[in-house]
Design a protein around this ligand. Structure first.
Ligand code: 26V
Length: 830
C-alpha cells in the first residue's frame, strides 16, 4: 500500500527549501557545538571522544541534508529511468572522511575542531567501519554507488542492514579466532531509520487457486510475516551537490508480541518469536565461495529483495503508473545470484497482485533485470533445494517452474529434442538433488548478463554458460570492474594525490584517464624523487600504524611485498608462503648468505571463512612461518613476515599506498577480476601476477616492462588438467621446492610437531585443484626478476609512475559508464 502523501504544512517556513548551514569555520564550530550540546547532551569540557565523533558526524550530515532531501524529491518527480542496485553486501569503509571530502568540508572541519582544541584525526580513528560485506563483491558495490552519485546517475542501492558485519579476526597462537563485529555498539550517525515506512514480508504457507470473475488466479497464503524497516544512508557525490541513497533493510517482528501466545501465559515463547524475526538481518554470512544452502540465508535474500521491489513500486513510481512501462523506468541490477529471488517476486507481484497477464508480466520482468556474475568456481554458483524453496516460498517455486517450462519449450523449438542440452539448461537441476540454479534463472530473466573482466566474461560465455550464450546471442557482455579513485587514491594516498594535483590540476579525481598525462613526468628526475618520497612516507605511515595497532615492525628500507585478500586456495597464498620459506631455507641451511637477499617485508591480510578448515590452517602456517623467520638471527632482519589481523577497508587504506609489490597470483581462470590489483597499481605498486582476471588488462595497459608476469595461462591450465596434473613430479624434480616443503613438513614451524601442517603438504602433493606446485618455479623466477628490478630504485620508480599513469581505466566511473552504455541506458541527470 502506498504511504499517505503528506500535504505541505501551512507554515511558510515549511514551504521554503531546506538550506545547509553556512560553510565557514565559525559556522561549523557553531553547528558542531550545537550538536554536541543538544544531540549528544554534553558540554564540550565533559564530552568523550565518541560524543565528539558523533557530533562531528552529525554536523557533516546536516550539511549534506539539504541536498539529500532535494535529490530524493527530484528523483521521484522526474520519473527518469534509474538503477536499483540489488546487493546483499556493501563493504562501505569509514564514512566520515569520505563525506567530508565529498562535501568539500575537510579543511573547514579540521580548522573548526582545532579551534575547539580537538584533533580531528583522533575522531577519525574512533569510527567503526560498517563491514557489511565479505570482500571484493561487497566492496565493488560500495565503489559503484560512490560513482553513481558522483556521476549524477539516478539510482538507489538496496541491501541488508546486518547487525553484525563480517567478523573481527583475532589470532590466538597464530590461529584465527572470530569475534562478533559490533559496529553499531556506539551508535551509527550515518543512518536514518524509517519505521513508519516498514514493509511486511511474508514467508511459508501454501498457495491456492481462486476464481476472479471467470479468471483463474493464484494467491499465496503465507504462514508468517516479518517487518522490514528501511534505514537510509547518504551517498554523497564528489563535490557535485548530489546525494544519493543507500537503503538497507532491518528485520523486526510484525507485532511486538504474539498476543495469543502472550495471553496464554507463555511470555517466553512470545519473546522468542520476536527474536526469531529479527534474526533475519542479524548477521552477515561470512562464507564467500561455498554457499551452504542455509535457510536463514534464503530468508535474508528474499527479505531484502521483496522489501526493495515493493519500496520501489509503491514509493518511487507516480500515482497510477502503467507498469507496462516499467522497463523504461527502472533496471534492477542483480549483484551476483544473491538477489535473484527478485525475479519470481516481481512476477508474483505483477501477476497475482496487479493482475497482469503472465506473458505481459514476463516481458516486463525480462526488461527490468540484468545480472552480473562474480565467480567461475562451480561450487560458488548458488543453488536452492526445491524442498527448501517450496517450504519457504511456495508461490515463487511455482513461478520458477513455469518460467522453466516455457523456457525449455523455447529451447526445444530451436534445438529440437536434444535431451542432454535440455537437461543442461534446465533452471531446475535434478542431480544430485532437485534444486534451482539461480545463475540460470538470472540468465534467462536478465536483459543482459555480464562478467567482471574480459577474461572472466569470455570464460563465462564459452565455458560456464555456452548453451545459454548460443540461445541468447547478444545477451552476454563484459564490464570490467573498477575502483573509486575518491577513496582509494584521493583519501587513502594524500601524498600522491597532492603530487598529481600539483602536476595535472584537480580534475583527475572525477576523470581518472587524465592520469595518462603523468607518463611525461616519469622521465622527470625531480618528479621521480618526489614520487619516491611519497612512497617512503606512506611506508612510514603504515609502519607507525602497524606498530601501534599490533606491535608489528616493518623493516627499514625493505621492499614492501603485499598480499591482501580473502584467504582462499584458488588465490594461492600458499605460493607466497613457499616463496618465503624458500628464501628462509636458503639462509637457514647456510647455502645463501643473508646479505645476498633483497630485504623484504611481506605483509599478509586475509580472513578465512570460519568453516573453511584448509584456509584456517594456511593462516596458522603464515603466522608460524612469521614467528620463526622474524626471530631467527641468521636472517639478520632482512626478511619479515607480518600478518596484521582483521584486514578490512580501513587497513587497506594504509597498506595499499605503501606497497611496492602487489601479489595477484591466483591460478589462471579462477579469479573473476580482482579489484585489489587495480588499487595497488593506481597507488604505484608493481604487480607480480598471473594472466588472470583483470591482471590481463592491467598488464596490457601498463606494458610487459612494468609488470612481473608468471605462471600458466588459462588454456595451459586446462591442458595440464586434462592431461593429468601430477604434483609429485614438481616436488621430485625441483630441489628448492622440495627443500621448502620438507622444511614445513619437518615441523620447523610447529615446534617439531610434524602433524600440524601435514594436511597442507598432502593437499599440495595429492589433491590440489589450484596447481600451486605447477607455478612454483615460474613464480620464484619472477621474484628474482623483482629483486633485480628493485635494485635500480630509479627505474623502479619510473615503472611505478607508469603504472599510475596508465591505470586510469580502472576507475569505477568508467565501469559505471560501461554499464550505462551497454546495459542500463540510464543517462545521468544534470
Ligand atoms: C558468495 C557467497 C556464497 C554464499 C555465502 C555468502 C557468499 C557471499 C559472497 C559470495 C560471492 C563470492 C563472489 C565474489 O566475491 N567474487 C569476487 O567479486 C569481485 C568483484 O567482482 C571480483 O573482483 C573477484 O575476483 C571475485 O572473486
Amino acid at each position: 500500500m502506498a504511504p499517505e502523501r503528506i500535504s505541505p504544512a501551512k507554515h511558510p517556513l515549511a514551504l521554503a527549501p531546506v538550506t545547509a548551514p553556512p560553510s565557514t569555520v565559525d559556522g561549523f564550530v557553531r553547528e558542531f557545538l550545537n550538536n554536541l550540546n543538544f544531540r549528544q547532551g554534553v558540554a564540550l569540557s565533559f564530552s568523550s571522544g565518541n560524543d565528539r565523533y558523533l557530533a562531528l558526524a552529525e554536523t557533516v550530515r546536516d550539511y549534506l541534508m539539504a541536498r539529500w532531501l532535494e535529490d530524493q524529491r527530484r528523483q521521484r518527480e522526474r520519473q527518469a529511468k534509474g538503477v536499483c542496485y540489488l546487493s546483499a553486501e556493501y563493504l562501505l569503509g569509514k564514512q566520515l572522511d569520505n563525506n567530508l571530502l565529498a562535501s568539500g568540508l575537510t579543511e573547514i572541519a579540521t580548522e573548526a575542531l582545532a579551534s575547539c582544541g580537538i584533533d580531528i584525526d583522533e575522531l577519525r580513528r574512533l569510527e567503526l567501519e560498517p563491514g557489511l560485506g565479505n570482500g571484493g563483491l561487497g566492496r565493488l558495490a560500495a565503489c559503484f554507488i560512490d560513482s553513481l552519485a558522483t556521476m549524477s546517475v539516478p539510482s538507489i542501492g538496496y541491501g541488508l542492514r546486518y547487525e553484525y558485519g563480517i567478523f573481527r579476526q583475532t589470532f590466538v597462537d597464530g590461529q584465527q579466532v572470530e569475534q562478533p563485529d559490533r559496529w553499531l555498539a556506539m551508535g551509527s550517525p550515518w543512518e536514518f531509520p524509517h519505521p513508519e515506512a516498514a514493509q511486511t514480508i511474508s514467508f511459508g504457507g501454501h498457495t491456492e487457486k481462486y476464481d476472479d470473475d471467470g479468471v483463474e488466479r493464484t494467491r499465496w497464503i503465507p504462514a508468517w510475516n516479518v517487518q522490514a524497516v528501511p534505514f537510509n544512508y547518504m551517498v554523497p557525490g564528489y563535490q557535485n551537490g548530489r546525494v544519493n541513497t543507500l537503503r538497507l533493510w532491518s528485520a523486526v517482528a510484525t507485532n511486538a508480541f504474539d498476543l495469543g501466545v502472550f495471553n496464554a501465559g507463555d511470555y517466553a515463547e512470545a519473546v522468542r518469536a520476536q527474536t526469531f524475526a529479527s534474526n533475519i538481518s542479524k548477521v552477515l554470512y561470512p562464507e564467500d565461495s561455498t554457499p551452504q544452502g542455509k535457510e536463514l540465508r534464503l530468508q535474508q535474500q528474499y527479505f531484502f529483495v521483496a522489501a526493495s521491489i515493493r519500496d520501489f513500486l509503491d514509493n518511487q513510481l507516480s500515482e497510477g503508473y502503467d507498469l507496462a512501462n516499467l522497463p523504461n523506468r527502472v533496471i534492477f541490477q542483480l549483484n551476483d545470484t544473491h538477489p535473484v529471488i527478485a525475479v519470481p517476486e516481481l512476477m508474483r507481484v505483477l501477476v497475482d497482485e496487479r493482475h497482469l497477464e503472465w506473458a505481459d508480466a514476463w516481458a516486463i520482468t525480462q526488461g527490468c533485470f540484468a545480472y552480473t556474475c562474480h565467480t567461475l568456481l562451480p561450487e560458488a554458483l548458488e543453488e536452492w533445494s526445491v524442498d527448501l524453496l517450496g517450504r519457504l516460498l511456495p508461490r515463487h517455486l511455482e513461478i520458477i517452474f513455469r518460467i522453466n517450462e516455457e523456457f525449455l519449450a523455447a529451447v526445444r523449438e530451436q534445438f529440437g529434442d536434444d535431451e542432454l542440452r535440455i537437461r543442461n539448461m534446465s533452471i531446475v537441476g535434478e542431480y544430485p538433488h532437485r534444486s534451482v540454479r539461480m545463475a540460470y534463472l538470472a540468465t534467462v530473466a536478465g536483459a543482459k548478463v555480464n562478467g567482471v573482466a574480459e577474461l572472466h566474461s569470455q570464460l563465462l560465455r564459452d565455458k560456464v554458460l555456452p548453451d545459454f550464450a548460443e540461445f541468447f546471442p547478444g545477451k552476454f557482455t563484459n564490464v570490467t570492474n573498477g575502483v573509486t579513485p575518491r577513496r582509494f587514491l584521493r583519501l587513502a594516498n594524500p601524498g600522491l594525490s597532492s603530487l598529481i594535483t600539483d602536476a595535472l590540476g584537480p580534475r583527475w579525481v572525477t576523470d581518472l584517464e587524465r592520469l595518462r598525462e603523468l607518463e611525461a613526468y616519469a622521465a622527470d628526475p625531480e618528479f621521480r624523487a618526489a614520487f619516491a618520497a611519497v612512497k617512503a612516507h606512506n611506508k612510514v605511515r603504515l609502519a607507525t600504524e602497524l606498530k601501534a595497532r599490533d606491535g608489528l615492525e616493518v623493516g627499514d628500507g625493505h621492499l614492501l611485498d603485499v598480499m591482501v585478500k580473502r584467504l582462499h586456495e584458488y588465490k594461492r597464498q600458499m605460493l607466497k608462503v613457499l616463496h618465503i620459506v624458500t628464501l628462509y631455507e636458503g639462509i637457514a641451511s647456510g647455502r645463501v648468505a643473508a646479505s645476498e637477499i633483497t630485504p623484504r617485508t611481506f605483509v599478509f591480510g586475509a580472513k578465512a571463512a570460519p568453516g573453511y578448515a584448509m584456509a584456517k590452517r594456511i593462516i596458522h602456517l603464515i603466522n608460524a612461518v612469521g614467528s620463526v623467520v622474524n626471530d631467527d638471527p641468521r636472517v639478520e632482519g632482512r626478511l619479515k613476515v607480518l600478518f596484521p589481523p582483521n584486514y578490512d577497508v580501513t587497513l587497506a587504506e594504509y597498506v595499499i599506498p605503501a606497497a611496492d609489490l602487489s601479489e595477484q597470483i591466483s591460478l589462471a581462470g579462477k579469479e573473476a577480476s580482482g579489484t585489489g590489483n587495480m588499487k595497488f597499481a593506481l597507488n604505484g605498486a608493481l604487480t607480480i601476477g598471473t594472466d588472470d582476471g583483470a591482471n590481463v588488462e592491467i598488464r596490457e595497459l601498463v606494458g610487459d616492462d612494468n609488470f612481473f608476469l608468471f605462471g600458466m595461462t588459462e588454456p595451459e591450465v586446462e591442458a595440464l588438467w586434462a592431461k593429468g596434473y601430477r604434483p609429485s613430479e614438481y616436488y621430485q624434480t625441483d630441489a628448492d621446492l622440495r627443500r621448502a616443503m620438507d622444511l614445513i613438513a619437518s615441523g620447523a614451524f610447529s615446534g617439531g610437531d610434524r602433524s600440524t601442517f601435514e594436511p597442507i603438504i598432502s593437499n599440495l602433493l595429492y589433491d590440489d585443484r589450484f596447481m600451486v606446485l605447477a607455478d612454483y618455479a615460474s613464480y620464484v623466477a619472477a621474484q628474482k626478476t623483482v629483486d633485480a628490478a628493485y635494485a635500480d630504485q630509479d627505474a623502479w620508480t619510473r615503472s611505478a609512475i607508469l603504472n599510475v599513469a596508465r591505470c586510469g581505466y580502472f576507475s569505477s566511473d568508467r565501469s559505471m559508464r560501461d554499464y550505462i552504455d551497454r546495459i542500463w541506458h540510464t543517462p545521468p541527470t544534470p
